[in-house]
Design a protein around this ligand. Structure first.
Ligand SMILES: Nc1ncnc2c1ncn2[C@@H]1O[C@H](COP(=O)(O)OP(=O)(O)OP(=O)(O)O)[C@@H](O)[C@H]1O
Length: 313
């Protein structure tokens, strides 16, 4: 994939206020056909607002917007036909079984094979014979995922898709996302946790206070990501052994326990640690805010944030 791959979502300078409160103050995005694009940001950053504007569920105040070759404001119905959308919360309280709702939604979209619905439900371990109303949050999320994927749309727009899913089902969901990409279709998914999208996304944008502060190739970001690692050994170790290791910093040793920070691959730390008997290892990823603080304000990326924006956008 390169910068000449057609774009399925392009926004330039999107703004949106709720009364006097500014939710978006200039959002620039460029999502290419066939990629999985992560849309990351802390709570309240403006992810849901952006997504709703893309689908014409709310309207922008200003800025340019193109989704699948159309402006949602004038072609909302046309665009929604080609999109699978998972809202942040599925507000459906029907007494009807999930299967009926899914069949109904499938018919609205031109008909979806029953076997397709059953296959997705089975993959997500969803009992579609149960009434929607009594479903747990996680099971409602599964209904939302089935309806978003079932008609094989050109573009999937997923707002916090993994919330409420247990780790095994998160893996199944990620497999479904990869299949969409392998099919040449596009996935745009929001999350407030980097780890949820980092394994599957090709690129990700970070939104903070209604503005895109970075658009990154995930391989590049992965290479720079930083973790806190704690190792407990069978015997005391010395800090000196580890301070010179590549990519390792902030080394603190307390008897038999070593704490440090590792930027990128932990390979050299692991090889040094292997000279001792390791009793326990914990590895904690920096949260998103910390990661971007390190990269964009910490100086090692050599940017002030704006320079991290995607040159292709
Ligand atoms: N209907 C609304 N009326 C007033 N303010 C709103 C409304 N919807 C969102 N906001 C505000 O706009 C800002 C962006 O909210 P938005 O829901 O888009 O963020 P988000 O990144 O999706 O957050 P979360 O991860 O918590 O869902 C927040 O400050 C929020 O409080």
């Amino acid at each position: 994939m390169n910068t000449r791959t057609p774009q399925v979502i392009t926004t330039a300078g999107l703004t949106k206020s709720y009364g006097r409160h500014s939710a978006l103050s200039g959002v620039d995005l460029a999502v290419r056909q066939g990629e999985v694009f992560g849309f990351l940001g802390p709570n309240g950053a403006g992810k849901t607002t952006t997504i709703r504007i893309l689908l014409d569920l709310i309207r922008r105040d200003s800025g340019e917007l193109d989704v699948l070759g159309h402006d949602p404001r004038t072609n909302g119905v046309r665009i929604r036909r080609d999109i699978g959308y998972l809202p942040g919360e599925l507000a459906i309280a029907s007494r009807r079984p999930a299967r009926e709702l899914l069949t109904y939604l499938g018919n609205l979209r031109g008909g979806v094979r029953r076997s397709r619905i059953e296959e997705l439900a089975e993959r997500l371990n969803l009992d579609v014979s149960r009434p929607i109303r009594g479903l747990s949050k996680g099971n409602k999320q599964k209904v939302g995922l089935v309806q978003a994927f079932m008609h094989e749309p050109r573009l999937l727009v997923l707002d916090e898709p993994t919330s409420g899913l247990d780790p095994l089902l998160q893996q199944e969901f990620l497999a479904m996302v990869r299949e969409v990409r392998d099919d040449g279709r596009t996935v745009f998914m929001s999350s407030h946790v980097l780890s949820e999208v980092q394994d599957v996304a090709d690129r990700a944008a970070v939104i903070r206070d209604g503005q895109i502060v970075a658009t990154e190739d995930m391989d590049a970001l992965r290479g720079r990501s930083s973790r806190r690692i704690t190792l407990r050994f069978a015997d005391p170790v010395s800090a000196e052994e580890f301070t010179a290791a590549e990519r390792v910093r902030d080394v603190v040793v307390d008897g038999d326990t070593l704490h440090c920070r590792v930027d990128g691959s932990p390979d050299s730390l692991i090889k040094l640690a292997a000279k001792h008997t390791v009793l326990a290892l914990t590895s904690e990823e920096l949260d998103l805010e910390e990661l971007f603080f390190t990269h964009y304000n910490g100086g090692d990326a050599g940017t002030d944030g704006k320079a991290g924006r995607d040159a292709a956008a």
